[in-house]
Design a protein around this ligand. Structure first.
Ligand code: SME
Length: 166
């Protein structure tokens, strides 16, 4: 049985290192894409404070399609170049947005969201989709959060087979 343990005395960098060890353990015996992405979304929601949405969108042609997530219902399709997620997909760069209300074209799925980080998911240089995490707090994600979340995403990618078919 997996139980999440976090020590409040840890620095942010140590906190993410500890999370990464727990994530590696969580995914150790499983490589299915949908299964691991579902676990990953739930893991982020239960281990990161002050977030209200975590999950992925898959790249399908020139748009993103909603994948496994935890949070309120969300828009299902986002064209490349639209919103924070579409910008991350079209530019293949991390979008760390301190105030989503100041981001032209931000798509408000949950009106509680105030800040957001979107990280492209690249496997063998191919864009598979994006990881999206929203927070009800402005400026929730700093550079250490970005580095920590990128490291978690790398562990997820390493643990997972990306040749999933129905
Ligand atoms: N806010 C995102 C849309 C996805 S939801 O936050 C889940 C955006 O602007 O792309």
């Amino acid at each position: 049985m997996f139980t999440l343990e976090t020590d409040k005395s840890l620095s942010k960098i140590e906190f993410y290192e500890s999370l990464n060890l727990q994530l590696t353990g969580l995914l150790m015996d499983e490589e299915d894409l949908i299964c691991n992405l579902s676990q990953f979304a739930a893991f982020l929601m239960q281990s990161l404070e002050e977030i209200n949405w975590a999950g992925v969108y898959f790249a399908r042609g020139e748009e993103l399609v909603l994948g496994p997530y935890v949070g309120k219902v969300a828009c299902t399709r986002i064209p490349f170049g639209r919103g924070v997620c579409g910008t991350a997909a079209s530019t293949q760069t991390v979008q760390r947005i301190e105030d989503v209300n100041a981001f032209a074209g931000h798509i408000a799925c949950d009106s509680a969201s105030e800040s957001e980080i979107v990280i492209p998911i690249l496997v063998a240089d191919k864009l598979i989709g994006v990881l999206d995490i929203d927070s009800p707090i402005k400026g929730r994600f700093d550079a250490d959060d970005q580095a920590g979340i990128e490291a978690l995403l790398s562990s997820l990618i390493q643990a997972t087979r990306f040749d999933w078919r129905l």
